[in-house]
Unconditional design. Sequence first.
Length: 322
Amino acid sequence: MPGKITRVCFVICLSCFLAACSFAGSFREDTAHKEKTAKGMKIGVCMSDMTHTTFIEMLDQMHRKADKLGVEIIEFSSDSDPGNMVEGLENFIAAGCDAIIFQNFDQDASEYVVSEAVKKGIIVISYDNYSDAATYVYVADNEKLGFAIGHMAGDWINENLGGRANVAICDYSLINFLNNRADYIEEGIRERAPESKIVARQDAGLLDQGVNFGEILLQAHPDVNVVAGVNDNGVLGVKEAFESAHKTGPSIAMFGCDATEEGIKAIRENSVFRGTVYFDLKQAGEDMFMAAVNAYLGDPGEKRVVTFQMVPIMKDNLDIVK
């Protein structure tokens, strides 16, 4: 039966916990000596937006591993709606999934169904938010992350604009921890560049929202010269709007988070998008997938809660990004 194994003697190599760039808590494939295989295992994956660049990259990494190991992945998009998220988890349970990996943007809404899944022997991995009931939790420290983004922006303002800038913030209030991240971005900017002014803050976590926000900024606050946001996608949308209006140059700077391929490319090309924060989320996708597989094969792992290591990335340290 899924989730149970015959007791046998085997050795599990602890190297499955060594991550790229020494990221703690990562999981590695180590199935060579396991008598039970992952072939036929079924994993449900629920993210808030399956069109988001970050999630596409994470899912691609999961699918590469799944194809190699014979694991089936079922995808579901919650569209940042708590009710949809719960529905997705319930669907995974009904579909007989052996494991669930989900972006948990509302712990209060998800906790009961997560506990019910675990009671049924399903391995549950909560991504982006804590969960008392989940088997594993993978999270970022949003206070440290928000300050990292804000400090990048503030330091750039001091070095290039004499400590004064008109700043816009890309928020995403539909998800509470992202809203908190935006608060810390503001605090970080004020801490490093206290003479700067926050002139606008709007939900812009998706590319099209960022384009819309950028167009509004150009009309209402044409003197905006710094934009910082909770992720890369929304800020890159603002960048697109600014470039369409020919508002670029050395006095404009934008900062995001997630180190998406598009974000890294924009930094490399010396665009106005000048900084992001690197988690190696593609590796995180693989790590969560392998944590579920290893638990299914009988290796519960040593860490229940994994906090992502983060590195602010600008042009001078792009070589860190794989």
